[in-house]
Write a new protein. Structure first.
Ligand code: ADP
Length: 735
């Protein structure tokens, strides 16, 4: 007969080993099964180390019942559980949601939450001293000082106590020997002190107070709620959301502030400190690795109460997050287009929803998406229509470049040059804005017409005169600025075409040789230097500032009374339906740098298209009309937020491979129903780093299940082989 197990066999068999699903930081479609060694405690959210092939990798114990689909004998065991709090349920739900929405492998999303492996085991404890009930055999003045200083009941380091009590460490050793002090291990000091909600409250004006009531009420209730603070630059939005932060701190919960250019917001950190008595912890790519580990650790344990960070801070596993602020919510820097493609603004809303806490979006020029959500009542709109106190918005004017052209070889209209002269003579500051790094965007041979192009990308090489290089702004390729044309061999007939900030600074120097001119551009200096330059400008140590979009955002320059926009048409040329919105936002932001402290101020905008609706909206100050127009157009074309978009980018080492695969994907796609597939066409940047790129755009209704369609489309198509890769971008920035 058959070998069926006997009763005794089954009673004495080894118990089935427990297995759990573990997400590993790889582009795998699902978690892998691992055995849990006896006596090891793990739960969903535990951070563990597991063998993967020949390596040991970090992993995240995942939810759900584990059903190993391999031979149990082949399963490997978890090697280590890190001694840190498991990721909470709402955080795990968030990671899951982001993976499903962006069609990304969950392991890659989980990796964003686990960024700091060295932070996973606790920091070594420091030995500290604490007062006991014992008294010394005799009192000396030094002993009395030490005891008095330490009588707050806290732990002290030996050197800290000696310093604070102005006593030598031998005095402390004496007291220790007599049992007046005991030693114990104490937790490592916090990376930042705790902010106090009522350290230095500001009295709000009536408009701000009304706005603050709305966001504070949401913070007090504590449940999911989205407010959109929509107020002109300088209207005091920051002070309003500080109130919501104070309320959240009073309730003992953590706060996350997302900022688009965190590395440059030293002034913001100081302002936060003035209000709350301590700086928030920073989180961005410029942090030193040690600091990064400490911040990660203390955020997970709850020691850090407030984080100010770039988009990646959204993936920090807070122990008790109770509020997110997204400042400059319209900013394109919130979109990540690398591995996991996501918009941190949108994902912040999801995180607040899943964690059931409030969120505040803040902007002087909200995205169309957020405006519409405000209008239809999903978000709570909060308006601040005027600047705080006596500060007035700058008078804005257009310079029609057809009527007031620059001198030969120059890029600045005489009208603008005259205004700069007047400003500088008054002892005030002028800012010239051009969103282009370097000296000239294109170098051309005047004899044969050869243009210098990046060998790996479809883009021109940009001349950087300070460095004597021509550079690609997409892949970093650089070569010495040539003097011979590689095409026709002619010497010294190469022409720099068009302006970058360096060239504008040169033109300014020609007109105002006495003035102190600063060029601000990310390629000219590191973050530290930029911070110093920004401080110097705020203190009035420059007369004229020439800068890229770095200078457009958030800064407060009290002496700045003139902003000149060198080329307002720059962003309108690329045919993207979002171009008008982006240009409007950028022009509003940059002109908003002027007149923040009550002096009369001006913005002058150089354009060849003065009749363009964006230019008209800027000078008339009629934001509402502009937004309405844009909204109507988007609605007619069923573009976001009235319809949905997704892109598939196929890239390969050869153009042919990429194009063939993109066509095959389209051919095999399921019958689209209410969804349209456009393309394939060359992607907006047809080649980057030697990779050729084709793009399919998928356009659906608001109600379409885009994720399901995209998944089906990719599953139906051929598997990418060779050098091919396929990347999905839900809600692409440009369309
Ligand atoms: P926004 O964030 O809207 O650009 P800010 O919050 O930076 O505006 O405010 C603009 C300026 O006005 C800042 O210098 C800020 O310190 C000041 N300010 C705003 N509200 C107040 C207030 N209630 N009391 C004192 N100063 C304020």
């Amino acid at each position: 007969g058959k070998d069926s197990p006997t009763l005794l066999d089954s009673l004495f068999a080894a118990p089935a080993a427990r297995t759990v699903p573990v997400l590993v930081p790889m582009p795998a479609p699902k978690p892998y099964s691992y055995l849990v060694p006896e006596h090891m405690h793990v739960e969903p959210g535990s951070i563990v180390q597991v063998p993967l092939g020949p390596r040991q990798v970090m992993g995240l114990v995942w939810d759900g019942e584990d059903k190993p689909d391999v031979d149990p004998k082949k399963l490997k065991s978890i090697t280590h559980v890190f001694d840190c709090p498991p990721l909470k349920r709402d955080m795990r739900a968030f990671l899951d949601w982001v993976a499903a929405y962006t069609l990304s492998p969950p392991g890659l999303v989980a990796r964003m939450a686990l960024r700091a492996p060295a932070a996973l085991d606790p920091e070594p404890m420091v030995e500290g001293l604490r007062l006991t009930a014992a008294r010394p055999d005799r009192m000396t003045p030094a002993r009395a000082r030490v005891i008095e200083t330490a009588s707050n009941g806290l732990f002290w380091t030996r050197s800290g106590l000696a310093h604070a009590a102005n006593a030598s460490s031998s005095v402390i050793d004496g007291l220790l020997a007599q049992g007046v002090f005991e030693t114990a291990f104490m937790p490592p000091p916090p990376v930042v002190a705790a902010p106090e909600p009522d350290h230095a409250p500001v009295s709000l004006d009536p408009g701000q107070a009304r706005a603050a009531d709305v966001v504070c009420a949401a913070a007090r209730r504590g449940g999911f709620d989205v407010a959109l603070i929509d107020g002109v630059t300088g209207s005091g939005k920051t002070e309003v959301y500080f109130e919501a932060i104070a309320e959240t701190l009073r309730r003992g919960r953590q706060v996350l502030i997302l900022l688009p250019e965190i590395a440059l917001t030293a002034a913001f950190l100081d302002r936060f400190e003035a209000r709350f008595g301590a700086k928030p912890a920073e989180w961005h790519s410029e942090l030193a690795p040690r600091t990064r580990e400490k911040v990660w650790r203390q955020v997970t344990e709850g020691g850090v109460r407030v984080v100010a960070g770039a988009r990646s801070a959204l993936f920090l596993p807070f122990s008790d997050l109770g509020l997110i602020i997204v400042d400059e919510e319209h900013d394109p820097a919130y979109k990540q287009e690398d591995r996991v493609f996501y918009n941190a603004r949108d994902m912040a809303v999801v995180r607040a929803r899943l964690g059931d806490f409030p969120l505040v979006l803040v902007s002087a020029t909200p995205s169309l998406e957020s405006r519409v959500n405000g209008e239809i009542g999903r978000y709570r709109p909060v308006h601040l229509p005027t600047r705080f106190a006596e500060a007035a918005l700058p008078d804005l004017g257009l310079i029609d470049m057809r009527r007031h052209p620059p001198a030969r070889g120059g890029f600045l209209s005489p009208v603008l040059i005259e205004a700069i002269g007047k400003t500088v003579r008054r002892g005030e500051q002028a800012l010239l804005f051009l969103n282009r790094r370097g000296y000239a965007p294109l170098t051309l041979c005047r004899v044969c017409g050869h243009r210098f192009q990046c060998p790996q990308c479809s883009s021109w090489l940009v001349e950087h005169r300070f460095r004597s290089q021509i550079q690609c702004h997409h892949c970093g390729y650089a070569e010495r600025t040539p003097d011979v044309c590689p095409e026709c061999g002619t010497f010294d007939h190469l022409a720099a075409c068009g302006p970058g900030v360096e060239r504008i600074a040169e033109e300014i120097d020609g007109h105002f040789p006495e003035a102190r001119t600063i060029v601000l551009s990310s390629d000219l200096m590191g973050v530290k230097r930029l911070r110093l330059e920004l401080e110097a400008i705020a203190k009035g140590e420059a007369d004229i500032v020439v800068g890229t979009q770095l200078v457009a955002k958030g800064h407060n320059f009290p002496l700045m009374t003139l902003v000149g926009v060198v080329d307002a048409d720059l962003g309108l040329a690329n045919g993207d339906p979002r171009a008008a919105e982006r240009t409007f936002q950028l022009l509003s932001q940059v002109t908003g740098r002027a007149g923040r402290t009550g002096r009369k101020s001006h913005g002058l905008i150089q354009t060849y298209q003065p009749a363009h609706p964006v230019m008209q909206a800027i000078v008339s100050g009629d934001r509402e009309q502009f937004y309405e127009r844009e909204t109507t157009e988007r609605e007619r074309a069923l573009l976001p937020p009235f319809g949905r978009l997704a892109a598939i980018i196929v890239s390969a080492d050869t153009r042919g491979e990429a194009e063939t695969h993109a066509r095959a994907l389209r051919q095999a796609a399921p019958v689209p129903g209410d969804i349209r597939i456009l393309g394939p066409a060359e992607a907006p940047l047809a080649m980057i780093r030697g990779r050729h790129r084709f793009r399919l755009l998928v356009h659906g209704k608001r109600s379409s299940d885009m994720q399901a369609f995209m998944r089906a489309m990719i599953a139906a198509g051929p598997k990418p082989r060779g050098t091919l890769s396929v990347q999905v971008d839900i809600d692409p920035q440009s369309f």
